[in-house]
Design a protein around this ligand. Structure first.
Ligand code: GLN
Length: 507
């Protein structure tokens, strides 16, 4: 593989500025790498080679004229297939959207294009972003580059695997309950869920509007800060988009990278540790906390008593919103249309039923049933109403915890990557993967996952999660970068250098 692709986006940005590489070279190298390994990884659902190379040429020409748009001009990116891309098929990992080519770009896509970043293609995901393993994709599972027999996390396993296997320097993901952070944890990459409303959701096919956020999927904290800066900021097309100043993520990451956290108060969440957590994951977590203490942080333990109900709360609110969102896939407006067999002049309702029967997978149907039940009259107060109350209590827990701590920390996911097939038929076991990530979505606060080390006897990675108050995403970058720089020093290089399949292995 081309040596270039091992470099971080920040390094590639410098290489481009110094003229030691070009965007065309980088984009072509990424496409070659995809051609070489994606048959095994299956991170991509669609490639955008010609257009990517056109954008790369345009970027090189701009640079030649001294008109570079910003630091990521010319650095290629992969985009999760839940974001609308004009002229490029968008499936959300579902049969029901097969053949749909959006007539417009999501705002985040407009922004990465505007920043001069060639879009390599669309990445695989659990259908409509429901899942923690990418096994619910209608187009086949993505494989974890650390061990091809393991899951890459989900729902954004494709974006994480693309970045971990050096197919793309950067990717966009979406996080409704953990779909950026949990794949980050199990693939040894960095994932950020921004503050709710901090990044536009316009053109993001909604799973659950009150929880969804778009965010960066990268190999380093600095790269995440660079990408977050491109996509953040107010968008009048999204009514939930916040019209607030965007913090300086990059400055925060660089400050953190000095390894000095004097005066930073870090709260370890009591409820997100202990029983049910893989021993190695907890051991790496504890070591990371010790490192942060050595870096000068004041570490305290804080209790968030309602977090134990976060999973149950989420699995009422999410299906309720999702069932309503998915009603738009009615065989009339988008993608697939299936005519019922043996019916001469089928009614709209018959076509809808036949299409939804074939077009949606089991997990999607399960959640539609759950959601419509929770919202039905007679049950609304007992389920949806109760869940909304708990959501408030969870937000209050955060508010109280942030009175004594600047950031809160936990392991990102309870286990390392599990074997493909292990949990796909056990929805509850699958849901448990997001135990630690879901509270942030319910409260709208930002979070980052950074690799914490190898956490099991198979040498698979785990993640460390840092959560901050709404609009204080910069704190995630500061603490995340501090931990990353201290750990990388200890490891003697990036964790991904230790992925067996990548190091002289099958990839
Ligand atoms: N795994 C969670 C779910 O299945 C989170 C999904 C997401 O963040 N998109 O709902």
């Amino acid at each position: 593989m081309s040596a270039d692709l091992r470099r971080t986006a920040a390094q590639l940005s410098r290489d481009l500025a110094e003229g030691t590489t070009t965007s065309v070279e980088l984009t072509q190298a990424s496409l070659d790498r995809i051609a070489q390994v994606d048959g095994s990884v299956h991170a991509f659902l669609a490639l955008n080679a010609d257009q990517a190379l056109d954008s790369a040429r345009a970027s090189d020409e701009r640079r030649g004229r001294g008109e570079t748009t910003g630091p990521l001009d010319g650095v290629p990116i992969a985009v999760k297939d839940v974001l609308a891309t004009e002229g490029l098929a968008t499936t959300c990992g579902s049969r029901i959207l097969e053949g749909w080519v959006p007539p417009y770009d999501a705002t985040v896509v407009t922004r990465v294009r505007g920043a001069g970043m060639p879009i390599l293609g669309k990445t695989n995901m659990d259908e409509f972003a429901m899942g923690s393993s990418t096994e619910h994709s209608a187009y086949g599972t993505t494989h974890n580059p650390w061990d091809l027999d393991r899951i890459p996390g989900g729902s954004g396993g494709g974006s994480a695997a693309a970045v971990a296997s050096f197919e793309a320097p950067l990717a966009l993901g979406t996080d409704t309950g953990g779909s950026i952070r949990q794949p980050g944890a199990v693939t040894g990459t960095v994932g950020v869920k921004p503050t709710y409303g901090g990044v536009s959701r316009y053109g993001l096919v909604a799973l659950a509007n009150s929880l969804d956020q778009v965010g960066p999927v990268t190999r380093t904290v600095e790269d995440a800060a660079l990408l977050h800066t491109v996509i953040a900021g107010h968008d009048p097309r999204d009514s939930t988009s916040l019209d607030q100043p965007v913090p300086d993520f990059l400055a925060a990451a660089r400050q953190g990278a000095t390894g000095d956290l004097s005066g930073v108060r870090i709260g370890v969440i009591t409820e997100l540790a202990g029983e049910g957590w893989q021993a190695g994951v907890m051991a790496r977590f504890q070591e990371s906390v010790d490192l942060l203490t050595k870096a000068g942080a004041d570490v305290v333990e804080v209790s968030c008593p309602h977090f134990v109900h976060a999973l149950a709360t989420y699995y009422l609110i999410l299906p309720a919103e999702a069932s309503s969102n998915l009603a738009r896939f009615d065989a009339m407006r988008y993608g697939l249309r299936v005519l019922p067999e043996g019916v001469d002049a089928p009614s709209a309702e018959q076509v809808m039923r036949a299409t939804r029967e074939v077009g949606f997978g089991d997990e999607v149907k399960r959640r539609i049933i759950l959601g419509t039940y929770a919202l039905s009259s007679g049950y609304y107060d007992a389920y949806y109403g109760q869940a909304q109350k708990l959501r408030t209590l969870i937000s209050n827990d955060f508010a109280q915890a942030f009175e004594v701590a600047d950031v809160l920390v936990s392991p990102t996911a309870p286990t390392t990557a599990f074997p493909i097939g292990d949990k796909v038929d056990d929805p509850l076991a699958m849901y448990l993967n997001d135990l630690a990530t879901i509270p942030a979505n319910l409260a709208g606060v930002p979070g980052i996952s950074v690799p914490s080390g190898l956490a099991d006897e198979d040498g698979l990675p785990a993640g460390f999660q840092v959560l901050a108050p709404a609009l204080a995403d910069d704190r995630c970058y500061r603490v995340g970068a501090a931990l990353e720089s201290l750990l990388v020093e200890q490891w003697g290089g990036p964790l991904l250098d230790r992925a067996p399949a990548l190091e002289g292995g099958s990839l």
